[in-house]
Design a protein around this ligand. Sequence first.
Ligand code: 13P
Length: 249
Amino acid sequence: MRRPVIAGNWKMYKTLAETRAFFEAFKPLVVGTKKCDIVIAPPFTALAAAVEAAKGSSIAIAAQDAYWECEGAFTGEISMGMLLETGCRAVILGHSERRQYFGETDATVNRKLRAAVAAGLQPIVCVGERLEEREAGKTEEVLERQFSGGMAALTDAEFSRILIAYEPVWAIGTGRTATPEIAEEAQRFIRRLGAKKFGADGAATCRILYGGSVKPENIRGLMAQEDIDGALVGGASLDPRAFSEIVNY
Ligand code: 13P
């Protein structure tokens, strides 16, 4: 039985004051929630404030990216160790917006993933096809390339501990959610890739989240699918009430 994970990716939203106000409103709404892990990924500047504000709850704080080197002359970058120091426990890697706007590749995702695992952070690795790739019938090819390029060199044990987020790019921020069936088909395929490379046991325990226009209205249908173990939520995670409804699906 895989424990569900509901994660919020705040992207480039929320100041320190907005972060504190969010937690003040959100914590009481999820206080009795036992059925899933809750993760929130604020921007770097709000990580420490979010860790502080989440104290006394089971909410884990994640970063949205990090660099693979421990330290050095890498202006603008943040290391895994620096994240750990804030009290952060997880890190999103390879988000499609990083791939699209900031030159992230499967090779850089792979280096970051290995650094995150070595540092003891829980990686949330994003994969997903663009609209033109889906329309050209290339979804599985893209997922296979991202999977083998991004997850290469993990051990079986490491693979079983990472989180994967399937985020079809055409469903992100568009209001156009993948149907539960479309998401399930892709996620079943990803699990099969995991089984082929890391063995059936590792693939059976690896949690695969769906992301792309997840809302309180569609979370139940998604979570009813066999291979959907949670959600990575963008826009709807900014609102304490909407996000609590997703967490308490
Ligand atoms: P939306 O939920 O806003 O579509 O964003 C999804 C996403 O990119 C989460 O990482």
